[in-house]
Design a protein around this ligand. Sequence first.
Ligand code: ZN
Length: 311
Amino acid sequence: MIRLLESLLLLLLAAPTNADLRYQLTPRQIAPDTWLVEGATENFSRANGGDIVNTAFVVTDAGVVVIDTGPSLQYGDALHDAIRAITDQPVVEVWLTHHHPDHTFGNQAFPERALAALPETTEMLASQGDTFADNMYRLVGDWMRGTEVTLPTRALEPGPLTVGDHDFRLYRFTGHTGADLVILDETTGTLFAGDMVFFKRALTTPQTPGLTVWQDELDRLAAIPFRQLVPGHGPPVSDHRAFDQMHAYIDWLDDLLRDSAAQGRTANEVMTTPVPERFADVDEAAYELIRTTTHLYPRYEQAALRLLPGE
Ligand SMILES: [Zn+2]
């Protein structure tokens, strides 16, 4: 009996506990007053806890502006702790670039009055948040414990916005989700592009209004002058390489889907198309091709059918 208890105890000690699930967030200063917490260019997993996203914060003399809150309550708490370790300034603004869970599920860790987003972002988080939460619990498990969908309380609109000694300019795009906030800190020249720009990581398409819309908006976005660009996923970059990669990658995807539909290929055939060697440094490309085919191929098939001569 004692043996049995001993082995049970050992088993309990060996099993991972909640305390083992701790995000190791290390903010990196990328410009004056500006810190980046760079996530892995991976898909959600129980190993990474959803730490696959870039979050950032700007320490102004009127308080801290946080850009995106990460994938879970625990990540949000870790981010808030990391901010407190760097400055005594309170968090006064939390700007959400879009409603996806990896960018908004840390909201709970911040003051509700600070949470702000484009109005459509808040609407979409309200209607889709619970589905996202189910999905996230399935993908990353215990890391999500205690996480609840927490909605922004304030609406942002495009235009200039000053916080303390930093002048920001907000832009509204649609290419990734239908409501995509891009933030330029004019004081430092840092452009926070959210998921309008993925760099060295395949873009995701569950809610894009269309690849050609995204492509057109990238031209507008690339015309904004910046010193440094922070993508939603992937490393920051000080030139136009991220735009070049986005353009080339979207062109390839769009051509593949259109040509495949014209030739009557099945979705299964499209999904298993090898990713060209020139995208070798785009992480998760083969995986995202499967998802993108599921999201977008029916539209291309319908467009191809419309081009057929009628009976
Ligand atoms: Zn994202």
